[in-house]
Design a protein around this ligand. Sequence first.
Ligand code: NDP
Ligand code: 8X3
Length: 252
Amino acid sequence: MNRKILITGATSGFGKAIATIFAQHGDDCIITGRREDRLEAICNELERKYNVAVYSLCFDVQNKDAVEKAIESLPEEWREIDVLVNNAGLALGRDHFNEARMDDWETMINTNVKGLLYVSKAVVPFMVSRKKGHIINIGSTAAKEVYEKGNVYCATKAAVDSLSQSMRIDLLQHGIKVTAIHPGAAETEFSMVRFKGDEETAKSVYQGITPLIAEDVANVVFYCTNLPDHVCINDLVMTCTAQANSFYFHRK
Ligand code: NDP
Ligand code: 8X3
C-alpha cells in the first residue's frame, strides 16, 4: 500500500508481528528498539521477503534526547509517517505494593508513559503539517481493571488509556486518528521480561489457556488502519476466548 509506518518495540512480540503484516501488504516500515542485531536482521528479512523499504532506528525510548535525535535523523522521504504504533513497553515484576522494587516502577513509568510521550511528541509535528495520520497506542486489559500485584504496570497502562483519549481530542482538529488497543494475555517475550528470565513462572501465565499470539494483535492493528478516512476505532479491548477481563480466566 506504500504507506510509512513507524513501530516502536519492533524487535520482538507485537511490534515485530505488526511490522511484518504491514510489510506483507506493501507498506514501508520504520522499526525501532534497543537491540541493534535484531533490528538489522528484521530489516533485512522484511526487505528481502516483501520487497518494501525498511528503516531502522536503534534507541531507548526512555532517553528523551536519544528519541529526539533519532526522529530528527530521519531522511526527508521517511518523515511522511502515516501510522505511528506506540508499542514499546514492558512489565517488570509482579509484587505487592510494599514489596515491589522502586527501580522496576521507574523503568515501567519511563518506558510505558514517558517513552510514549517522547516518541509521539517527536512524530506528531510531521502529521500535523500533513493534516493526517494515525496513532495507535498499545494499552492493556491492565488499563481497564487493576489486579493484585499489578500496581504500577496497571497504572502505566491506565495512563496510556487516558493519554489516548486526550490525544484524540487535542489532535482532532488536525485530522489525526488515535486508536488505543488493549490486549489481554498474549504469549510473547513479555512474561520472560516481567519475571526476569524465570521461565517456569513466565509459562504459568499461559497455563491451561490458548493465549493470544502476536499475530492476533498485529491483525487488529492492521485492520484499524484500513478503515475509510472518516472512520476511527477509538478504543478496543481484545482477549483470547478463555479470558474475560484482567481477572477471569477459564483454565483447563
Ligand atoms: P515483548 O517483550 O515481546 O516486546 C517488547 C518490545 O518493546 C521489544 O521490541 C523491546 O525492544 C521494546 N522495548 C522495551 N523497552 C524498550 C525501551 N526502553 N526502549 C525501546 N524499546 C523498548 O512484549 P510484547 O510484544 O508482548 O509487548 C509489546 C507491548 O504490548 C508492551 O507495551 C506491553 O506492555 C503490551 N502488552 C503486552 C501484553 C502481553 O500479554 N504480551 C498484553 C497487553 C499489552 P528492545 O528490548 O530491543 O528494546
Ligand atoms: C499485559 C497483560 O494481564 O499481564 O498487559 O497485565 S497482563
